[in-house]
Design a protein around this ligand. Structure first.
Ligand code: 13P
Ligand code: SF4
Length: 335
């Protein structure tokens, strides 16, 4: 991870027109494909998708869809998760190189070594992990249901939570669980939204509500600001991306500071156009998410690229953990 990566602004994408949209829809129809887009995708991709949502909502849609092909506009672990849940479907991602720094922060070998140090512990992996790590996992979670997943584990069982340290700290704070060990991984985009950036924004916008993704480096600072009364407690909300949309629809605030990847602003502004949504760090753009461009989506539908394959043995070992994940808790609403 480098500072330059955190600071890289969104590269945007070539403008799209109605011919592009018509072609995408026609090719999707011919392929019997459903288009799924994560909330961090470029606006044009979010707008053309059949469903836009958070990781949990999209995993559920992938598992239940009748379409024979899933085109996953997101990052590679998301498309892999869809393939694990729907092994008989063709799963495409417009660019297989769209990775995730958080998923890369633990390998299956490292997890096996950690498990050997804690025999009998229950392994809870964030969905932002590779298929090989999921194969070593007891139950997966997303930011929408991490608290409920950990609460579903008997209190006397040790828990290994991975790989995100900020989400892990949030879950430990909410559940009060002491027998939970947290891997020291992080997402470089969310870690860059830190306490000092948040404090400066709060000082500049004293009446704003705060929507904070639990992967952010500033999640603890946000609760500290609430605890000290700098921001009234009811104005500080720690939420998944889908949870932010539900909170936006229910909010009567005039302005909201948003601590997560900047792609989220598009859905928020559509959900509540009367609210002034501002990024806490407007350079928090995930270069992996932005690798899915309109041109690559068109190519994917035209040529059937890039097809996602998961080793069947790994998929079989990870499936129960992913299935447990989609059975627990409520995702934020998907469009
Ligand atoms: P959610 O959409 O589940 O909140 O996940 C955020 C994220 O960082 C995905 O990479
Ligand atoms: Fe991974 Fe972070 Fe990008 Fe999400 S925002 S895909 S966690 S690198």
């Amino acid at each position: 991870m480098t500072l330059t990566e955190v600071a890289t602004p969104s590269t945007g994408a070539p403008p799209v027109d109605s011919d592009w949209a018509d072609e995408v829809r026609e090719l999707a129809r011919r392929r019997d494909a459903v288009l799924l887009a994560h909330n961090y995708q470029l606006p044009a991709i979010q707008d053309i998708a059949d469903h836009t949502g958070d990781s949990l909502a999209l995993s559920r849609i992938a598992a239940e869809s009748d379409a024979s092909t899933i085109v996953f506009c997101g990052v590679h672990f998301m498309a892999e998760t869809a393939k694990i849940l729907a092994p008989d479907k063709t799963v495409l991602i417009p660019d297989a190189a769209a990775g995730c720094s958080l998923a890369d922060s633990i390998s299956a070998d490292e997890l096996r070594a950690w498990k050997a140090e804690h025999p009998g512990a229950v392994v809870v992996s964030y969905v932002n992990t590779t298929a090989a790590v999921k194969a070593e996992t007891d139950v997966c979670c997303t930011s929408s249901n991490a608290v409920e997943v950990v609460e579903s584990i008997p209190a006397d069982r040790e828990v290994l939570f991975l790989p995100d340290q900020f989400l892990g700290a949030h879950v430990r704070r909410v559940t009060g669980r002491e027998n939970m060990h947290v891997w020291a991984g992080e997402c470089h985009v969310h870690a860059g939204i830190n306490g000092s950036v948040l404090t400066a924004q709060v000082e500049a916008n004293p009446d704003a509500e705060l929507f904070v993704h639990p992967e952010c480096g500033c999640a603890t600072s946000a609760l500290y600001l609430a605890g000290t009364g700098t921001v009234p407690e009811e104005r500080v909300k720690i939420l998944s991306t889908g949870g932010m949309l539900d909170a936006a629809r229910a909010s009567s605030a005039k302005s909201v500071l948003v601590a997560t990847e900047v792609g989220m602003l598009h859905q928020l502004r559509r959900a509540a156009p009367e609210i002034d949504f501002r990024a806490v760090n407007d350079r928090a753009s995930c270069r992996f998410m932005k690798m899915i461009t309109p041109d690559k989506l068109l190519r994917s539908l035209r040529d059937g690229t890039d097809e996602v394959h998961v080793d069947p043995e790994l998929a079989a070992r990870g499936r129960a953990a992913v299935q447990r994940m989609i059975e627990i808790g409520q995702p934020g609403s998907a469009e």
